[in-house]
Design a protein around this ligand. Structure first.
Ligand code: PLP
Length: 394
């Protein structure tokens, strides 16, 4: 018998992808320069030169089995060691290769972690608005996705509301900072306050509530400090990917870190490995594991995103749009000019503007504008944003 739940996920593809597909069709009709596609989080800045140098070195120096062969299921030792040493240096910790599992991007990191930490019937808390795939991954574990709204208007971490949503079935809380879609970065005090509430809840539990820290945008911040979450709460599993920091979304490489201070860390790590095995995610792309080993400390060039952010926020503010000042990632969270964000996006589409309605992120009345596009796209889109505002103002 076919699996109806899987059919439903496949038949109704994500809204973000749907808009992206529309954008591609529209570009073919009226020219790419006339369509302002703000849908996808696809970095427009090229991967750093060190990535190409690493690939060329691998091509020149490795034997065919090394170049294209399987790696150990958990990843190449040199990649895991490089990640562990880099994190230890940066966050004043003592991680080893055994604490790191190389994965097929953050999607696999989070899926494997959720499968490792939950059993069917459990609850996993997410902060809305949230990355839409969380719900799919949580439900695929047979768990319930419990949505807790972020603080009104600021979209800060809703510590009290998370504490109030905890039940005996809560297995984990997923947080994401810098945040997609709001651009908010959680401050150290917020994380400490959350840790305190989780520790209070843990006192009456045999297994702690785990924190899953989804961090693909860690390197993309505009001056804000992005605190190290395991430093605030030891029962944190960190999920990372190089999709954004090294502009490698199509190459599918990232990792899961289970810090040794985490509850039953060796068993959690074994369960992550078991989940990767069960889901068929073992052996992340070998060429790009070598890139990770070589480029782990290559800085992310955020200058282009910072410039886009500056141009877009200055212009939209002067037109009268309301938005959350982004501290990180590359999304602008703009209040829709209509209570119905989908209707607002439909109207925006008549001006060839393609943001994503907030309904996709579990929240009403806002849109996400991905500014990881070229500066030219942003500049060319500004008259359309103005025309849309004029349209609403009548
Ligand atoms: N988590 C968040 C918050 C994201 O924005 C994304 C991708 O955009 C992912 C996870 C998935 O990342 P990856 O492409 O590495 O699978």
């Amino acid at each position: 018998m076919m699996n109806e739940a899987m059919y439903a996920y496949g038949a109704a593809s994500s809204k973000i992808r749907e808009i992206f597909t529309y954008a591609c069709e529209r570009k073919a009709q009226i020219g790419a320069e006339n369509v302002f596609d703000f849908s996808l989080g696809n970095p427009s800045i090229p991967a750093p030169a060190a990535v190409r140098a690493s690939i060329e070195r691998s091509l020149a120096e490795l034997s065919p089995e090394e170049l294209h062969g399987y790696t150990p299921a958990s990843g190449l030792p040199q990649a895991r060691t490089a990640v562990a040493e880099s994190l230890s240096r940066r966050f004043n910790s003592a991680y080893s290769a055994n604490d790191v599992f190389m994965t097929v991007g953050a999607a696999a990191s989070i899926s494997c972690t959720l499968h490792a930490l939950t059993t069917p019937g459990d609850e996993v808390i997410v902060v809305s608005p949230y990355f839409p795939e969380y719900k799919v991954w949580i439900e695929a574990c047979g768990c319930t996705c419990v949505e807790v709204p972020a603080e009104a208007n600021t979209f800060a971490l809703p510590v009290r509301a998370i504490a109030e949503a905890l039940t005996s079935r809560t297995a984990a809380v997923i947080i994401n900072s810098p945040n997609n879609p709001t651009g908010v970065v959680y401050a150290s005090q917020e994380l400490k306050a959350l840790a305190q509430r989780l520790n209070e809840a843990n006192a009456s539990r045999s297994q702690p509530v785990f924190l899953i820290s989804d961090e693909p945008y860690r390197e993309i911040s505009y001056g804000a400090n992005v605190p190290w979450v395991p430093g605030a709460y030891p029962n944190t599993v960190v999920c990372y990917s190089y999709s954004k920091s090294l502009s490698l979304p199509g190459e599918r490489v990232g990792w899961v870190l289970v810090p040794p201070a985490c509850f039953e860390a060796p068993r959690v790590m074994a369960a992550v490995a078991g989940s990767a095995r069960a889901l068929g995610f073992v052996c992340a792309p070998s060429l790009f594991q070598r890139v990770v080993a070589d480029c782990v400390d290559v800085p992310t060039d955020v200058a282009a995103y910072a410039r886009n952010r500056e141009v877009l926020t200055r212009a939209l503010r002067s037109m009268g749009y309301e938005f959350v000042e982004p501290q990180g990632a590359f999304y602008l969270w703009v209040r829709a000019l209509d209570p119905d964000a989908e209707a607002f996006c439909e109207r925006a589409r008549t001006y060839e503007l393609l943001p994503v309605p907030s309904n996709s992120f579990g929240c009403a009345g806002w849109v996400r504008v991905g500014y990881c596009v070229s500066l030219e796209t942003i500049e060319r889109s500004l008259p359309a944003w103005q025309a849309l505002m004029n349209d609403y103002r009548g």
